[in-house]
Design a protein around this ligand. Sequence first.
Ligand code: BEZ
Ligand code: FE
Length: 294
Amino acid sequence: MAFVTEENLTDLAEKRWATARSPRLAELMTGLVRHLHAYAREVGLTEEEWAAAVEWLAATGRISDDKRQEFILASDVLGLSTLVVQLNNRFTPAATPATVLGPFHIDGSPAAPYGTDMSDGIPGVPLFVTGRVLDPSGTALPDVVLDVWQADADGTYEAQLPDVDEARLRAKYRTRADGTYCVRTIAPRGYAIPMDGPVGALVGRTRISHFRPAHIHFLIAHPGYDRLVTHLFQQGSEYLDSDVVFGTKDRLVVDFAERPAGPAPDGGTLTVPHLHAEYDFVLNPAAAPDRARP
Ligand code: BEZ
Ligand code: FE
């Protein structure tokens, strides 16, 4: 091996990592080395700054567990999560855009028939979300499962509460034969990302707003289509233009229209005013399998 100089170090390190047995790992690692070295050179990284960064990374690991993933939060506030979503979900323009999954999705939500109230007595303004699931040609898709989850009227998710033994503000709805769905819930509230860890400490040293606008999450997986992970945001909600995790897209902002007491979108009657959001999700057809690949 050549002796190390400032000039040849990046080249040497890249060549070393290029020996990874998997070609893809070699590509990932040589690219990482190249960009890390370029970053250190560009900003003139000091030893104290690198030591502080290593301590921050260690603290990020220490605070993470099976309920809290501070590295994902770091990726979210850096815009990296949204960039990765963007690079991997290049849907046809007619399809509903994808956005970040976030840390609060819980697997195994209960099945909820059309119009089931997933808020089940949790206080808040009643909200109905109705519409269809379509393919890009406009054909309605029956029997599509919509996995839905959201924060409550205080901006808190089930995963943030101790000792919840029943699904709270999450459920799996299914489209009917005509492709329609109906979610009944309460209006969510915008919320702050967790600020009591290393990510919060870093964000707190900037003028970055640490809030997300009010939204509901949807995960729609259906055979023959790409998985759609997305949100619907409440039009007029605070923080729409400053979402701390860069998740807001204009086509996902929806009017939560105010409706008086009376007929409700599920065919029933409500004795109190409610909100109604209407949205058709359009799924992206899955790419044909590439026959050239093994
Ligand atoms: C969420 O939408 O639930 C979320 C996404 C990223 C970071 C924090 C929360
Ligand atoms: Fe959320």
